[in-house]
Design a protein around this ligand. Structure first.
Ligand code: ASP
Length: 338
């Protein structure tokens, strides 16, 4: 009798603790909308309000997926779709122009459970490139598809093709014209593209999330850099450079001067420091963003999340559009460095 009583008590205690663990399982999301020369003085109150509202909408939508028990991959996709559809950011509608006056979009996504990943580069007729990246991950045997091949694959999956002009915005067209004027004053304009760097790239979007099952995910979507040579591919679709996720360490999405982010393997380097050196995401992120890459001229930032739901958002530029929301806490939205 006594034995049975203790068994019941033990079972009840085990059940309570399992429920408590399930209830306490941390979940969180962080997003970015690009880094660059983003200074308070350049913002009207209306403009700042518009950016804050869109960042808040996207982070809340992703958070809601997690709160309902959805997967981190889904939260990342939902948040990025909102930013891709907004002309405020350099991804999807509002993407920057190539030197030749078109839009070529890059995106990637990674699942921290098994390091499965999907990416597309240089697509021109896909409204939400992150969705195609996810399809490449889920429905193909490949990790990265580019250009016509990626779009052909999209068609086989029943994805709608849209006109390249869908991505047009007056603001980005003017930025291209300004950039071209500056570039054409130099002899080898493509080689001098780097001079445009700080003010002409901004607005790539990305998200990282941890769901209630402890799974991390990361995704990034971009139009690249204004006046880029056609066919140029940046870090955003490169797994390890612009996007990385592994449940054992962290999930990262980057924004910045892609050439440097590729050379310094930014996203994977941060997670490697966490995995192999036992660094916190704050230490690892700061070391990479303010370390040798920055000294070499690489500007930008990252959003990082770990398996405990900690978030770190380092950037070495004047500002970075960013937001995060942790379990039960209000959303934090920020733009400038102060
Ligand atoms: N990283 C992107 C690229 O180089 C641009 C950006 O993040 O603003 O294509």
């Amino acid at each position: 009798m006594l034995h049975t009583k203790y068994t019941v008590l033990a079972l009840t205690a085990a059940l309570c603790s399992a429920t408590a663990t399930a209830q306490q399982a941390p979940f969180a999301i962080a997003i970015h909308g690009g880094a660059g020369t983003i200074e308070r003085a350049k913002f009207t109150p209306e403009k700042e309000k518009a950016y804050r509202a869109k960042l808040s909408e996207a982070v809340t939508a992703g958070y809601t997926v997690l709160e309902k028990g959805g997967e981190s991959l889904e939260a990342v996709t939902v948040a990025i779709n909102i930013l891709e559809d907004s002309p405020l950011f350099n991804a999807g509608k509002g993407a920057v122009y190539t030197f030749d006056g078109h839009h070529e979009l890059d995106a990637s996504i990674m699942d921290g459970r098994d390091r499965n990943a999907g990416a597309v580069a240089g697509v021109k007729h896909i409204k939400n490139p992150i969705n195609l990246a996810r399809m490449v991950m889920d429905k193909s045997v490949h990790v990265m598809l580019s250009g016509d091949g990626a779009e052909q694959f999209a068609k086989t999956q029943g994805m709608e093709m849209i006109d390249n002009a869908h991505f047009d915005t007056k603001r980005r067209k003017e930025a291209l014209e300004r950039a071209k004027k500056k570039l054409l004053m130099t002899k080898d304009y493509q080689a001098n593209h780097v001079q445009l760097e700080p003010q002409y790239k901004m607005g790539t979007v990305g998200a990282v999330a941890l769901d209630k099952n402890g799974n991390l995910a990361a995704g990034t979507s971009t139009g690249g850099m204004t006046a880029k040579r056609f066919g140029r591919i940046g870090d955003s679709p490169v797994i390890g450079a612009g996007t990385f996720a592994d449940n054992q360490s962290c999930a990262v999405s980057a924004t910045g001067h892609g050439e440097y982010f590729i050379r310094y393997n930014v996203a994977a380097d941060i997670c490697a420091r966490v995995a192999y050196q036992g660094k916190t995401i704050k230490q690892a992120g700061d070391e990479v963003i303010f370390g040798p890459m920055f000294k070499a001229g690489g500007t930008g930032g990252v959003i990082i999340i770990d398996k405990f739901g900690n978030v770190s958002l380092p950037f070495n530029t004047k500002g970075m559009y960013r937001a995060s929301k942790k379990q039960g806490e209000p959303a934090q939205v920020a733009i400038f460095s102060d």
